[in-house]
Design a protein around this ligand. Structure first.
Ligand code: AMP
Ligand code: MG
Length: 415
């Protein structure tokens, strides 16, 4: 039996990022860029106006004020999207709209509110400083700048930046195809829920959702019967995926053949059993570098072991560097007793209180109690060498989702 830390190190040491693929920038949302992105041009591409108003020579406005307007000749109209045709000379101005290129000769824009149009001339009621209301070419991004490094997570801001740079496609890390195999003679699909003696193969649903949540692509291989032939057939079929995840059949029961079958088809077992609860029978193997996870069958065990081991592996293969959930220290609201020697993953509900957080368990913690996951927004992690934690002490909590951060009311407006 190995420790959680050893298991995790072993797994992460044996997986590496997949190759790159070229996808359109909207499909790349949430994925990791696989190339350094340099700006092929300035943004904005030309000096342009930040206001609707008049482009002029700032020196022409010296002495202008509410009682002493200067009068300039209007030589043209430059709407956004059009190129100025004339240079602005002394005593001249061009009417200009926000975003339109600043004409040659002009070094400032006076906003329309400080002017009054009068036929072919305009009265300017305020002095303009050089550069006023002009957005300069390259003030956002300069040609040649490194705008994004390989390894950057693509968020909406990066999507916008790529489009501004004229990129409609970008290289990102491939998403792993994750084969899911359920094992057990008792399993049926959802529509067989009422059959006597049978239980629904819920693992392949929770696991598929977990795969999707971290950006993998689930491949449903289905339910393998508890016999070596059927198991071997399903595992062979699964070998076309990048990662294989099975559940159940890895304990010491008479029908637990998953490990035997893995070896039979050339998947070397690298470890079996981890000092943890839930998830002790967890198995890990590999064939030609392809990771194979034999997760335990109980619905909570399979979800928790996925969280601890499969998720970080998927994220690493997808090019992520930050592959772990955020952990928060929170004050326990109840005593926790545990067995020394095993690391415990306890389902909990965390919420903020004052400046910190408090966490309570979600009740009955049996590894078949899926409701304990439904109620949870975090996993309380208690180390091997501890057998009791008293209420009021701080524990580490892995945050499963952001629900504890969301609020019904806009609290940022409560000032
Ligand atoms: P096993 O390790 O095969 O003995 O399975 C442990 C427990 O998990 C048994 O109670 C199974 O019925 C249950 N189980 C196994 N596979 C699944 C699955 N795919 N969906 C839901 N429960 C399962
Ligand atoms: Mg079984």
């Amino acid at each position: 039996m190995i420790t959680v830390k050893e298991a995790l190190e072993h797994i992460l040491g044996s997986v590496s990022p997949l190759g790159l693929e070229r996808v359109d920038i909207l499909s790349a949302l949430g994925r990791i860029v696989g190339e350094d992105i340099h700006a092929p041009r300035d943004i904005p591409p030309r000096d342009n106006s930040a206001m609707d108003g008049y482009a002029l020579k700032s020196e022409d406005t010296t002495g202008a004020g509410a009682e002493s307007p200067v009068v300039l000749n209007v030589i043209e109209d430059i709407p956004a999207g059009y190129t100025p045709q004339k240079a602005v000379g002394s005593g001249e101005a061009a009417r200009i709209m926000t975003g339109a290129p600043v004409p040659e000769g002009a070094d400032a824009v006076v906003m329309v509110e400080e002017t009054r149009s009068d036929g072919n001339s305009v009265r300017i009621y305020a002095e303009a400083a050089k550069g006023q209301n002009i957005r300069y070419a390259g003030e956002d991004v300069r040609e040649g700048d490194l705008v994004m490094r390989a390894g950057t997570l693509l968020r909406p801001a990066e999507t916008g930046m790529l489009s501004a740079l004229g990129r409609s496609f970008v290289k990102v890390y491939q998403r792993p195809l994750v084969a899911l195999i359920a094992t057990g003679d008792e399993l049926v699909d959802i529509d067989g829920a009422a059959s006597p003696g049978k239980i629904v193969n819920s693992n392949n649903y929770s696991l598929a959702a977990q795969v999707m949540e971290c950006g993998g692509i689930p491949l449903q291989i289905g339910i393998a019967k508890d016999n070596k032939d059927d198991l071997a057939e399903k595992f062979r079929d699964a070998l076309r995926a990048d990662i294989i995840v099975s559940s159940a059949g890895v304990s010491v029961g008479d029908y637990d053949f998953v490990k035997d079958v893995m070896e039979d088809i050339g998947i070397g077992i690298e470890f079996w059993q981890v000092a943890e609860r839930p998830g002790k029978p967890m198995t890990f193997g590999a064939r030609e570098g392809k990771p194979v996870f034999g997760l335990p069958g109980n619905p909570v065990s399979s979800m928790i072991t996925f969280e601890q081991y499969v998720r970080p592996a998927i994220l690493k293969m997808t090019g992520y560097e930050n592959i772990f959930r955020r952990t928060i220290r929170a004050k326990l609201t109840e005593d926790i007793k545990k067995k020394r020697g095993l690391r415990y993953f306890i389902r909990g509900r965390i919420k903020s209180q004052g400046r910190g957080f408090v966490v309570e368990t979600t009740g009955e913690q049996g590894s078949g109690i899926l409701k304990s996951m439904v109620l949870a927004n975090g996993i309380i992690v208690i180390p091997e060498n501890v057998d009791f934690v008293k209420a009021g002490n701080e524990v580490m909590v892995q945050i499963l989702d952001n629900s504890q951060d969301f609020t019904k009311d806009p609290e940022y407006l409560s000032d």
